[in-house]
Design a protein around this ligand. Structure first.
Ligand code: GAR
Length: 208
């Protein structure tokens, strides 16, 4: 049985598209059933439309409290009977209530090797600029489970890419993004198959 995935996006949605396309090609046992976004101009909208995936626009400022925001998200997740939530460049904090209900079933991708260059304030190009300024020779994406702290949950997959010849943060971003598009579908596919065993903060991959 295919697991039903909701992707949450704020901008371009290239990671969402990589998961949807891997699913459509039958490479991973999931179906992306809805794309939730908080930005009316998100490029992810066009990608969803092109793939026939329904979208839901949920701007945080429409809700007075976290409780109301969470209730709206729950209603969407129930309407589409979502098994897995994949945050894919979603730049809005998810209410703790939602994180708790989806514990072990909510993933995020971060464009650096966590726990380095992560946490509050580290997102998008800010991450790559920090990596560049630190003179790092490697960087790479991390897919992790979401818990109540930013960029903190168990790491599912992580891959290092050489960046020693990158001349600016933009070149690092492009190189890391290419790898994001490989590991995010892979991680969601493995999670859908129940291939991770949690031991504290470690997610061990169970051999197939
Ligand atoms: C990706 O590089 C993702 O890792 C990053 O935002 C970009 C979204 O691109 N996420 C974070 O920085 C989260 N802390 P996309 O919209 O094309 O998938």
């Amino acid at each position: 049985m295919k697991k039903r995935v909701a992707a949450f996006c704020s901008h371009g949605g290239s990671n969402f598209a990589s998961i949807a396309d891997a699913a459509a090609r039958g490479e991973i046992p999931v179906e992306v059933v809805v794309m939730v976004h908080n930005n009316a101009r998100a490029g992810a909208k066009e990608k969803a439309k092109a793939r026939g995936i329904p979208t839901e626009w949920v701007p945080r400022k429409r809700f007075a409290t976290d409780e109301e925001y969470a209730a709206h998200l729950f209603a969407i997740l129930e309407r589409y009977t979502v098994d897995i939530v994949a945050l894919a460049g979603f730049m809005q904090r998810i209410p703790e209530e939602v994180v708790r209900r989806y514990a072990g079933r909510m993933t995020n991708i971060h464009p650096a090797l966590l726990p380095f260059f992560g946490g509050k304030g580290f997102y998008g190009m800010r991450v790559h600029t920090a990596v560049f300024e630190a003179g790092m020779k490697v960087s790479g994406p991390t897919v992790h489970l979401v818990d109540e702290q930013y960029d903190h949950g168990p790491i599912l997959l992580q891959r290092a890419v050489a960046i020693d010849d990158c001349r600016n943060p933009e070149e690092i971003a492009a190189r890391v993004l290419k790898e994001e598009h490989r590991i995010y579908p892979e991680a969601v596919g493995l999670l859908a198959q129940g291939r991770f065993q949690l031991e504290g903060r470690r997610a061990a991959l169970i051999p197939s």
